[in-house]
Design a protein around this ligand. Sequence first.
Ligand SMILES: [Zn+2]
Length: 59
Amino acid sequence: MSEDYKVYMCTICGLIYDEEQGLPEDNIPAGTRWEDVPEDWHCPKCDVDKSQFELMQPL
Ligand SMILES: [Zn+2]
């Protein structure tokens, strides 16, 4: 059974948030689900909040 990790993209700067990878350099461990990323987290590149990210549909 697949873990079915999702990938989100910042619509402002294009930064990718991959649940499988997390953002270890930003204190988000690998495997962290998007809904478990803190609400006050901001894009490390352009500083917008989570609402500016959108789910990327699997190909
Ligand atoms: Zn961004």
